[in-house]
Write a protein that binds this ligand. Structure first.
Ligand SMILES: N[C@@H](CCC(=O)N[C@@H](CS)C(=O)NCC(=O)O)C(=O)O
Length: 239
């Protein structure tokens, strides 16, 4: 059994980090047993969550590198894919993880509407037994928000207006709708590694209670909503 160090299962979510949901979903798809444990970026090999402790005690970071490692040990969900489908999966992964992710981050942390939901969730997370004294939860939340906004500035999305970010997010969601269609999975009849990413990010947008135009658009696309529900029924039936 591996241990996945996670961010936080707040707001009724499997985890607030779509990368944690991606990794855990991939494990369920591949039949790799795992348990969740709290994560601490300071202890993570790459300073980011998720990271895992493998059965032999080795610690690994980055969801994609972890999946690559686990695929070698437990079986490759992408065996038998054509080179073109592999390339398509890779392109969709980049669109979702390197572009959609930052629109999600912006709409949760930078957009004031998102922050009214994120701030109390973060405060609650910080008030756990290992957290700082209660009076520091507010200032620390502010510091964490500042760090996220700085990273959004560096990446570029943080320089846009809310309306611009929503338009970018809608473009990606509509592209996913075109690419996935009736599916049932991104590349056809069987779930592949790309489904761990696509499902995790669409589930995160669909279920997390951050109201914005991107979420509204997703909820109006029946094929994508069916895709979220298909993945939930198969891998997370109690969620
Ligand atoms: N490429 C990484 C991305 C992980 C990532 O961005 N994790 C975020 C949480 S969603 C994080 O740990 N952020 C903390 C930080 O950047 O300090 C992966 O696939 O695991």
């Amino acid at each position: 059994m591996i241990t996945i160090h996670q961010f936080s299962p707040s707001l009724g979510m499997i985890d607030l980090s779509p990368f944690v949901v991606k990794l855990a979903t991939w494990c369920r798809m591949a039949g790799v047993e795992f348990r969740f444990a709290p994560g601490d970026p300071r202890k993570a090999p790459k300073g980011k969550i998720p990271y895992i402790i493998d059965e032999d005690g080795s610690v690994l970071g980055d969801s994609s590198l972890i999946i690559r490692h686990l695929s070698k040990k437990h079986g490759d969900l992408d065996a038998g894919l054509s080179p073109r489908d592999r390339a398509l999966g890779r392109a969709i992964q980049s669109m979702v993880e390197e572009h959609m992710y930052f629109t999600t981050l912006y709409l949760r942390w930078q957009d004031e509407r998102g922050w009214t939901v994120m701030a109390p969730a973060l405060k609650q997370l910080l008030s756990g037994p290992a957290g700082p004294p209660a009076f520091l939860a507010g200032p620390i939340s502010g510091l964490v928000r500042g760090k996220v906004k700085k990273s959004l500035q560096g990446q570029g999305t943080g320089r846009h207006t809310v309306a611009e970010v929503e338009a970018l997010g809608i473009e990606i969601v509509e592209s996913l709708n075109e690419l996935i269609g009736a599916g049932p999975w991104v590349l056809g009849d069987a779930p592949r590694t790309i489904d761990a990413t696509a499902w995790a990010f669409l589930y995160s947008l669909h279920d997390a209670p951050f109201d914005n135009a991107v979420r509204t658009r997703l909820k109006a696309l029946p094929d994508l909503v069916a895709y979220v529900e298909r993945g939930r029924a198969r891998y997370w039936p109690s969620t």
